[in-house]
Design a binder for this molecule. Structure first.
Ligand code: A3P
Length: 300
């Protein structure tokens, strides 16, 4: 169940190495070094908290919120250790599965994998999983910029090219709809909480409260307010512990392509979708959401 996708000239050298693996596009490295197989057998613990998402859906934002809730607002630790160390990325080579497995006690783990590529019993173990979703138009715009920003992806195409390959399920972690629906269809499972980027923008206090209830943590209203303030876009964008500014020193970003913290808005897609792209995309959404109760919010 593994097939290499044809090269796409819009990608830099290594980034084009994509495989279709059990229905999802993954980077070749994840398959060749066996990570994806090891993930399926990874031992999650009942005390673990997992933040899961399709890329560019607000993962970083949710991770910082969850970290503060889990540590009862340890702002000191949040400031002194970068998020990637506090919240390791499950399927990424660094720090890697072995290192995550060695961490004691309840861990906080990030993943972009769909449920079907994670251990079959993940939602039966007591491990708490929070999935964040965002409307696919804003996701596509954010993802496009991200692929131009990352020097090891070096995407050279126009937005239109990117969107077409997104709709054709050729971008890493697509297909988008099955990814979202695998989680959404399990939303009644008591170990899974699904939150929306757009509801976090509109009413962050309520969402932070909801997440803390889900994690079994009691927060006062003032504590909720402190977390909301700390995790506002403007504050996270200047916080070196979460804004990935160290990627610049590591040579991972193209400096002329903006920043990871780009706009953080709902509806920026309107600046990128032409009328015809929007029509095609809307009909693609309708086909994919037929017979589901899922709806997205596309504007403030
Ligand atoms: P934009 O590119 O639209 O600005 P992820 O963390 O999943 O990679 O998602 C990144 C997207 O979330 C980026 O979107 C980023 O700006 C946005 N984001 C990150 N933190 C945010 C916050 N506190 N409030 C609003 N948006 C945020």
């Amino acid at each position: 169940n593994c097939k290499r996708l044809p090269d796409d000239p819009n990608y830099g050298d290594k980034a084009g190495d994509r495989f279709l693996y059990n229905g999802y596009v993954l980077h070749g490295e994840m398959i060749k070094n066996g990570t994806i197989r090891d993930v399926k057998n990874f031992e999650f613990r009942p005390q673990d908290v997992v933040v899961a998402s399709f890329p560019k859906s607000g993962t970083t934002w949710l991770e910082e919120i969850v970290f503060l809730i889990q540590t009862h607002l340890d702002f000191k630790l949040a400031a002194s250790t970068i998020l990637e160390s506090r919240f390791p990325y499950l399927e990424y080579p660094y720090p890697g599965l072995k290192s995550i497995a060695k961490q004691q006690g309840g861990r906080m783990i990030k993943t972009h994998l769909p449920l079907s590529l994670l251990p079959d019993d993940l939602l039966q173990k007591g491990t708490k999983v929070i999935y964040i979703m965002r409307n696919p138009k804003d996701v596509a715009v954010s993802y496009y910029h991200f692929f131009r920003l990352l020097s090891f992806v070096n995407y050279k195409g126009e937005f239109r090219d990117f969107l077409k390959s997104f709709m054709k399920n050729e971008v890493v972690y697509t297909p988008y709809f099955p990814h979202v629906l695998e989680y959404w269809n399990n939303r009644d499972n008591p170990n899974l909480l699904v939150v929306h980027f757009e509801e976090m923008k509109k009413d962050p206090e309520t969402v932070v409260q909801k997440i803390s209830n889900f994690l079994g943590k009691d927060l006062t209203y003032d504590e909720v307010r402190m977390i909301v303030e700390h995790t506002r876009f403007e504050n996270m964008a200047i916080n070196p512990s979460v804004n990935y500014s160290h990627w610049e020193d590591l040579g991972l970003v193209n400096k002329n392509e903006g920043k990871f913290f780009r706009k953080g808005a709902v509806g920026d897609w309107q600046n990128y979708f032409s009328e015809d792209l929007n029509r095609d995309f809307d009909s693609w959404i309708s086909q994919n959401l037929e017979n589901t109760k899922l709806a997205f919010i596309f504007a403030d």
